[in-house]
Design a protein around this ligand. Structure first.
Ligand SMILES: Nc1ncnc2c1ncn2[C@@H]1O[C@H](COP(=O)(O)OP(=O)(O)OP(=O)(O)O)[C@@H](O)[C@H]1O
Ligand SMILES: [Mg+2]
Length: 320
């Protein structure tokens, strides 16, 4: 007998070698059988290993709580649907087309690519790849060209994700513009093949809002809307550590302080309109890696510590 849960459990076993003809009772303490606490743990205990690994990748990204929560909800729904199926109950079918709103470098493309992987492991998409397009890929130069281009890209995206970056630029030219034809073609494809691929419209907040308002047919076809907030300085520092670690580098305490002060300055700079969040940090780390290499070039016999450590002097910005 095996029990798990919140209560102490007793296990009854027969150990014929040690105590013949006796029943041994082993008490297990509740704290050894810890129930999952976080949503992420709940997912991991209910997901097959490939899916759990894909969720792990999502979990490792800093912040992005809404995106993570939404994926866990979908996982739960699919699991429970399987149980309902066993009881011949109606299955809840959902539409997974999405809108991602957020400033540059807030993780939209990264998350979309990972969602493809997760949806594949969940069995919702057959391939899970991502086709990333923008206006120029969809809109043609003569009548009929746009429909042809759009249809071809949708065909390529079948089984995966069609990610349309700066989607609002499709509505840029007004009624006569071929962009409108691309939107119409996409809307039709969502009706015809809506279950065979997932379409994600991405772009900056305000532009996305007015794009959806101007195209009343769209919001109901894209029921999932995710907001990607700007990262806080703490989150950006965690992202810096994660990126450096991934490349087998580390930041010295001095480098960390210098980068943090710089990010605080940028965050408080009212004229800094297009701060590119995690991409800014990625560029800063990559530049520091180059400057570290130059610094180390003239030193013979480098230690492992020297090779992996980025110092404050390796972080240089035009204004500093
Ligand atoms: N939460 C995060 N944790 C770790 N790395 C991140 C995170 N968010 C973004 N990054 C990294 O920052 C970089 C920029 O992210 P990404 O390209 O996904 O942003 P984006 O929102 O698509 O930007 P844009 O709107 O400019 O296309 C990538 O290298 C990505 O790996
Ligand atoms: Mg992007």
């Amino acid at each position: 007998m095996k029990q798990s849960g919140n209560h102490s459990s007793a296990e009854t076993t027969m150990d014929t070698n040690k105590l013949p003809h006796r029943i041994q009772v082993v008490f297990r303490h509740a704290d050894r059988v810890k129930p999952p606490v976080t949503l992420a743990e709940k997912v991991k205990t209910t997901a097959p290993s490939h899916l759990a690994a894909a969720f792990d990748e999502l979990e490792k990204l800093i912040g992005l709580q809404d995106a993570k929560k939404m994926m866990y909800e979908i996982h739960a729904l699919i699991r429970i649907n399987k149980e309902r199926e066993k009881h011949n109950l109606k299955l809840e079918k959902q539409v997974y087309h999405m809108v991602f709103k957020g400033n540059p470098g807030t993780g939209k493309t990264t998350v979309a690519r990972l969602f493809g992987k997760i949806f594949k492991e969940m069995g919702i998409l057959s391939k899970g790849h991502m086709i990333e397009v923008e206006r120029a890929d969809l809109v043609g130069e003569f009548i009929g060209h746009t429909a042809q281009k759009t249809r071809e890209l949708i065909k390529k995206a079948l089984g995966g994700i069609l990610f349309i970056d700066e989607a609002y630029s499709l509505a840029r030219g007004g009624e006569k513009d071929f962009g409108k034809e691309a939107i119409d073609c996409l809307t039709k494809a969502l009706e015809d093949h809506g279950n065979e691929f997932i379409c994600i419209l991405a772009g900056y907040n305000d532009e996305m809002e007015s794009f959806l308002e101007l195209n009343p047919g769209l919001p109901s076809r894209f029921p999932i809307q995710l907001q990607f907030d700007d990262y806080t300085v703490d989150e950006l520092m965690k992202i810096a550590d994660l990126m450096a670690h991934g490349k087998e580098y580390q930041l010295s305490p001095g480098a960390r302080e210098k980068l943090r002060n710089h990010l605080v300055r940028l965050r408080n700079d009212l004229f800094m309109m297009n701060f590119s969040n995690a991409r800014y940090v990625r560029n800063a780390i990559e530049k520091a890696i180059r400057l570290q290499a130059v610094r180390l070039l003239s030193i013979g016999d480098l230690s492992r510590e020297e090779l992996i450590t980025l110092q404050a002097d390796d972080f240089v910005w035009p204004q500093s």
